[in-house]
Write a protein that binds this ligand. Structure first.
Ligand code: ADP
Ligand code: MG
Length: 364
């Protein structure tokens, strides 16, 4: 039964989100894998939280100057998940955000990080260790079902796009006819249409799972180096929810976007990782465009550069306004990943710091 307490809890969550600013950053460090052993672990500490969930991360990097002590870098995020934290616990922390899509909010959840840091694991996971997408589907369909008692009925549509080399590719349909391209258009109500791309009605989590498997096969077709492609392309899964309440006539139109971003590694390993976002231009251009959009929104700038990348243009109606954004920054725990980890953490810290100065610092 749909509990009144649950409704109150969700309202409170939405209010708190608005007070804090609608951008969250969660850092997740994956466990050390056999394949990392050669490189050895990177020194990472989780002050005050041991190996559980906290808000702080401390990284010590050996100095390149012999005889000098290691350099310490401190970071603070809305959440820091140490390697021992499993999928179910991570999902618990995003479940209210997921839920708000049923209340008519537009939500984007990104996974950002270098290749091999755990983005796909976090988003999709594996059959035995399911990630955020399948868990979100279970929850949304179960909640929609429970809301029937209050007169709500929902129509859900799923779509799955890949953005590769600044071009859209539909992973559910046949794609555009020869000589044509997918084009994105936004209508006044904030709806998004993509020419020649499928948005399919889905009746439950199993239907979505079937589509996801189909999409993954489609993605693999023709890609000889699957890993290379997945490290250079973004995957955007979108669930559109259209709710109507037969008793009150109230409508709630929400969207949940779950995005597995391209690898954030710099293409030229020799480039130093600078302090300003502009200096990250050597990484996938659309990742810096995403950072620029989020920063412009958080700083309430009058011009938000949505048009600078296919990714930000696609997601325009779901970024800004009263929509909600969460970024996972995924970190590999091995010593050989230290330089990239530091870059990812700095990028995320900048996105996170955007909100400071609003009411955020007063809200626990
Ligand atoms: P990415 O998508 O960022 O390139 P993956 O999600 O493919 O990285 O993760 C790289 C490897 O690490 C995979 O073998 C994955 O199963 C494993 N992995 C990532 N995160 C975790 C985790 N939290 N727990 C266990 N294994 C993980
Ligand atoms: Mg991946």
């Amino acid at each position: 039964k749909w509990q009144e307490g649950e409704v109150l809890r969700r309202r409170l969550h939405n209010t708190i989100m608005e007070l804090k600013g609608n951008i969250r950053v969660f850092c997740r460090v994956r466990p050390l894998l056999d394949s990392d052993i050669g490189a050895g672990p990177q020194s990472l500490q989780y002050p005050n939280s041991g190996d559980l969930m906290g808000r702080a991360l401390e990284m010590s990097v050996a100095s390149t100057v012999p005889g000098q002590p290691p350099q310490k870098h401190d970071f603070a995020f809305d959440r820091v998940f140490a390697p021992a934290v499993g999928q179910a616990e991570v999902f618990e922390d995003i479940s209210q955000l997921v839920q708000s899509a049923l209340d008519g909010y537009r939500v984007c959840i990104f996974a950002y990080g270098q290749t091999g840091s755990g983005k796909t694991h976090t988003m999709l996971g594996s059959p035995g260790d399911r990630g955020m997408i399948p868990r979100a589907m279970d929850q949304l369909f179960a909640s929609a079902n429970a809301m029937k008692e209050q007169g709500w009925s929902f129509e859900m549509q799923a779509s799955m796009l890949e953005i590769y080399n600044e071009e859209y590719k539909d992973l559910l349909g046949k794609g555009p006819p020869a000589g044509k391209k997918h084009q994105v258009a936004h209508d006044e109500d904030g709806g998004t249409s993509i020419t020649f791309a499928e948005a399919l009605d889905v009746s439950g989590p199993e239907a979505v799972a079937t589509l996801l498997r189909q999409a993954m096969r489609q993605r693999a077709v023709g890609a000889t180096a699957m890993n290379e492609r997945s490290s250079r392309s973004h995957m955007v899964f979108a669930l559109r929810l259209r709710g109507t309440n037969a008793n009150t006539g109230i409508q709630a139109h929400g969207v949940l976007n779950l995005i597995d971003l391209a690898g954030s590694e710099r293409l030229g390993k020799s480039l130093a990782c600078g302090d300003r976002l502009k200096e990250t231009q050597a990484i996938n251009k659309s990742l810096s465009a995403l950072g620029d959009v989020i920063m412009a929104l958080a700083n309430k700038e009058s011009h938000v550069p949505y048009r600078n990348s296919k990714l930000t243009y696609l997601l325009q109606p779901c970024l800004g306004g009263d929509s909600k954004t969460l970024m996972f920054v995924n970190i590999a725990p091995s010593a050989d990943a230290a330089a990239e980890s530091l870059c990812s953490l700095r990028f995320a810290a900048k996105v996170n710091a955007c909100n400071i100065g609003t009411a955020r610092s007063n809200v626990k």
